[in-house]
Write a protein that binds this ligand. Sequence first.
Ligand SMILES: Cc1cc2nc3c(=O)[nH]c(=O)nc-3n(C[C@H](O)[C@H](O)[C@H](O)COP(=O)(O)OP(=O)(O)OC[C@H]3O[C@@H](n4cnc5c(N)ncnc54)[C@H](O)[C@@H]3O)c2cc1C
Length: 433
Amino acid sequence: MIRAVPPDSLWQATAQPEPDAPALAAEERADVVVIGGGFCGLSCALHLAEGGCDTMLLESHGFGWGASGRNGGQLIPCFKDNPEDLIARHGPDLGGAMADLGAGGGDLVADLIARHEIDCAFHRDGWIHAVHSQSALPAIEGRARQWQARGRDVRMLGRDEVAALTGCNDYVAGYLDPSGGGLNPMSLARGMARAAQRAGARLHAASPARRIARQGDGWRVTTPLGAVRCNQIVLATGAYSDDLVPALRRSILPMQSLQIATEPLPADLRATILPKDHVVSDTRRLLLYFRLNEEGRLVFGGRGSTGGEAMKPAHLARLEATMRQYFPQIGDIPLRYRWAGQVDLTPERALRVHHPEPGFWAVIGFSGRGVAIAPAVGKALAGAVMRDSTDGLPLPVTPMRPLPFHALRRPAMAGAIGWAWLRDRLERAGRRR
Ligand SMILES: Cc1cc2nc3c(=O)[nH]c(=O)nc-3n(C[C@H](O)[C@H](O)[C@H](O)COP(=O)(O)OP(=O)(O)OC[C@H]3O[C@@H](n4cnc5c(N)ncnc54)[C@H](O)[C@@H]3O)c2cc1C
């Protein structure tokens, strides 16, 4: 089987080597089979194995091949929803536990990196959520108050402070969470895979799960060259979900996010752009995000197409123009890398966890916030699987809800994106009046 190589990404070019994990090529048995080798599946497999569970992980391509190895590498330790929103939606116990799970994601990843000695250029200098307009400000101020009330060391930044910390004059304010940070996500995924192997999990790359069938009280999962019987299955296939479970694939709106990275910036520019190594994403509906890597390359991301994996030259050109507009001081410094990944958006932009039958678990819909959150969710799922119960799982469990008319999603998404773009533009223009 030919394994698809991820695009020409900065992370792929600078990552630690892939772990050795041959394709599944026999009929085997395991307690639990995890399907999907991104942060969520890898964390689940690692924590299952550490809990003494006989675990196998199947990945179609290589570990981190999906969103986990292609993202912005920004460690953002909170769900997109504020604690009070989670509490309003799920009640004080579950909503509060979910907020804490998200907030704990940063420490969990830091602990995994330290405990398993994962070399992934990790630094924890803080995440700035940059506010693009006055109308976006109250929600972010509310978030700061809510997290401060829960004892987190977060604070608001004024316009000048954001400009000084980012090197970009385009923002009206910012929110600083010092527990955020940056890393090479492909190296983290590969390091987590190695850690799971050392803990005793059997990992198989180039092993797409093609079919899941009930067999007695358990399951049989078939791959092109082998099969495995197991008691429980965890599906963590994200935006790259295929027709293994069609209802899961049809419950998300896959959306491309593009990134570009420059040649390393000279020292004088380095001193003006992100001088304290913060990672940044902004509050626009079609968000922009940026950071430096350890070589001093400016890495800049934004939305791509709704139409599959291929990068469109017009989208890349627009992203590059935006980067140069936001950071005019970089002049014509050349780009070196361009790549894309798919985000698993749900219509409500919230994670979905499913447990439709005994022994079957699925998670999807990180909606673009997964470097800290997906490992935390994977760990929480491992606990639920080992208890064989949703009791104590700090996440809401819901029935699968495939979207009606999923096949027609592209024109609908294009319309929604156009509307979001217009509102972002109007807010940005209004801010200047
Ligand atoms: C471009 C981009 C930038 C982002 N930036 C950030 C960021 O800076 N910070 C942040 O917090 N979040 C970010 N995100 C979101 C974050 O990357 C994701 O939420 C997270 O990686 C999701 O992890 P996952 O394990 O659910 O899915 P993935 O990492 O997508 O893993 C799913 C895996 O399942 C495999 N698979 C699918 N079907 C099968 C099958 N049938 N059999 C076996 N394997 C299968 C796929 O090959 C894939 O490797 C970004 C996402 C993108 C795309």
